[in-house]
Write a protein that binds this ligand. Structure first.
Ligand code: RIB
Ligand code: CA
Length: 319
């Protein structure tokens, strides 16, 4: 079976690391041609370092390119309160063996896409700054992009404001550019990621896999839980579960049958109190053509089972 060629744009980040675990465990299905880092959970210096550290640690061999330093117009707002100052909570990894690519992210994305025989799928699990910059600077890539699978946005609610999810909130202008691009988009917003959670008992099963990697994965996800209990804002059932937001963006590519969604017209608010709000027209009130496939339901038990398999695969590789 031919593999799906993908580029991953990410801001690791704890759930980004879980997403990378899933992606690289399934290297029989996914062909990760390039990883680029965006500013989001923490600064570009830290996301790039974390991507190189984590991917070195799990034995991946992939180019990792630095993206833009921050959003197009807004001041970068990070989420160190959730992911810790390092972005990986209090979990330490050995120094990275994988270098920073000599190519900046936009160049690496352009050249990877334009030299590929097949169309490339982009997985984005942070603010869309890099993806939007690529589309603005090089619109010639559009016909060669199969789809963008993005963790971000929300039809209802928000985790950065009452109406905005973090990745959309950080750079709403980038969301606008991507949503207008005409490229097929699958959006794993909070509507589905709040259902894609791991319970505390299931997290214990990560530990039972054994080995250093499983131990570090357990430490990462439980750091998330401890922090969520102390934050002033509360995501759904924040104190009993761990929302694996970013994992959805890859899980959908591997197992689309686990999800339900709807093609909708989606726009994003750019300014003011609603900045970053993704307005999802579920009932076609605007009578505008759908531009995004919005996921809203997931088979949670199967989602967790597939994730646990990925942890077992990576853990076995490192033993
Ligand atoms: O709202 C969740 C998103 O914000 C995830 O991508 C998480 O990593 C943070 O970036
Ligand atoms: Ca992320």
């Amino acid at each position: 079976m031919t593999k799906l060629p993908i580029i991953i744009d990410t801001d690791p980040g704890i759930d980004d690391a879980m997403m990378l675990t899933l992606a690289f465990a399934n290297d029989d299905v996914l062909d990760v041609r390039l990883v680029t880092t965006c500013s989001g959970n923490i600064s570009q210096d830290k996301t790039n370092y974390n991507a190189r550290t984590f991917l070195s640690y799990i034995g991946a061999s992939v180019e990792i390119a630095r993206g833009l330093e921050g959003p197009f117009f807004r001041e970068l707002e990070v989420a160190e309160d959730i992911h810790g100052e390092s972005g990986f909570g209090n979990v330490k990894f050995p120094a990275p063996k994988l270098p920073v690519s000599e190519r900046p992210a936009i160049t690496a994305m352009l050249e990877t896409i334009m030299t590929s025989d097949e169309k490339i799928t982009i997985v984005a699990t942070g603010p869309l700054t890099n993806v939007a910059a690529l589309l603005l600077a090089h619109p010639e890539v559009k016909p060669k992009i199969e789809r963008i699978s993005w963790m971000g946005g929300a039809a209802v609610g928000g985790n950065m404001s009452p109406v905005a999810e973090f990745n959309a909130y950080v750079d709403p202008h980038a969301v606008e550019i991507v949503f207008r691009s005409g490229i097929p988009i699958v959006m794993s917003g909070l509507d589905v990621t709040h259902k894609a959670f791991v319970t505390i008992d299931e997290a214990e099963n990560i530990l039972r896999i054994g080995g250093e990697f499983a131990d570090k994965a357990y430490q990462l996800v439980t750091y998330y839980l401890d922090v969520m209990k102390k934050t002033p804002f509360h995501e759904e059932n924040y104190d009993q579960v761990l929302h694996f937001h970013d994992v959805c963006a890859v899980m959908y590519l591997l197992n689309p049958e686990l999800f339900e969604g709807q093609n909708c017209h989606v726009v994003v608010s750019l300014e003011g109190i609603t900045a970053g709000a993704t307005v999802v027209d579920y009932t076609n009130r605007t009578d505008k053509a759908p531009n995004v496939h919005v996921l809203h339901t997931v088979n949670r038990e199967q989602f967790v089972a597939e994730f646990m398999k990925a942890v077992e695969i990576i853990s076995a590789r490192l033993k």
